[in-house]
Design a protein around this ligand. Structure first.
Ligand SMILES: Nc1ncnc2c1ncn2[C@@H]1O[C@H](COP(=O)(O)OP(=O)(O)O)[C@@H](O)[C@H]1O
Ligand SMILES: [Mg+2]
Length: 232
């Protein structure tokens, strides 16, 4: 069984024409431990793909399955890092992790939170209110939050936006350890190539290329292909 499977997946926001949904008939399977770099120009549907698998948005048609379960019923298997940090500004970093850990039923939540804050290099800021942290530090807390329940599937929507360069190492290590299945988007192609094991390209909601490896698509270097799609 695939760790993650899109089958004829179609998703539409209210107000979008039926003929032009955010995602259209996407078929894609990831095996356990595969890390997909999801590419495509702005508006291609990358965040929508992640939202559906995060259980935050309904499929209009088709299926989004996590280990065979509908994504909306599999949220405890999924960790999400996106532009929205899902953190409470008035709580400290440690309190945020404790709050979410309890929500997820994480055992030994204080120790787990502390260990993750250490891994993202934020032990010194554990007792600081999140609203007082820099954007990069907040993003580090968000990464720790997403990993609290040790999810087998990680969805990373531009996780490196606003992240200082020094934090990419821990993100890479946490992402690539433990056979996690990952879907990743990023504006930074070199980060994407470091984290991903394969790639797919969305354009106007359709999956236009799938690539088992990461250097080129049909002989065209990925960077060139992206520039081409951005102009289309
Ligand atoms: N909340 C929303 N409401 C309406 N349309 C949206 C919303 N979010 C995204 N869209 C539209 O859906 C399409 C796909 O967007 P998105 O998944 O955010 O693309 P990407 O992440 O690849 O830039 C775009 O046409 C975008 O304008
Ligand atoms: Mg996006």
């Amino acid at each position: 069984m695939s760790a993650l499977s899109a089958q004829g997946l179609t998703a539409r926001y209210p107000g979008q024409p039926v003929s032009r949904p955010a995602l259209l008939d996407v078929d894609l399977d990831l095996e356990r431990g595969e890390r997909l770099l999801l590419l495509g120009p702005n508006g291609a549907g990358k965040s929508t793909f992640i939202r559906v698998f995060a259980g935050l948005m309904h499929a209009a048609r088709g299926k989004a399955l996590v280990a065979g379960h509908p994504a909306r019923a599999a949220r405890e298997m999924v960790g999400v890092v996106s532009h929205a940090t899902f953190l409470y500004d008035e709580l400290t970093a440690a309190e945020n992790l404790r709050f979410y850990g309890q929500l997820y039923g994480v055992p030994d939540v204080a120790e787990r939170g502390a260990a993750l804050l250490e891994r993202v290099g934020l032990t010194h800021a554990a007792e600081v209110q999140v609203g007082r942290l820099s954007r990069g530090q907040q993003q580090r807390v968000a990464i720790a939050r997403a990993l609290l329940h040790d999810p087998p599937v990680l969805l990373l929507d531009e996780p490196d936006t606003g992240l200082d360069a020094g934090a990419f190492g821990p993100l890479e290590e946490l992402t690539t350890s433990g056979e996690r299945t990952v879907v990743l988007t990023t504006h930074n192609l070199s980060n994407g190539l470091r984290l991903g094991t394969r790639a797919a390209v969305l354009s106007r909601g359709r999956l236009v290329h799938q690539q088992p490896g990461l250097s080129s698509v049909d002989g065209v270097p990925l960077g060139h292909l992206l520039e081409e799609l951005a102009r289309a």
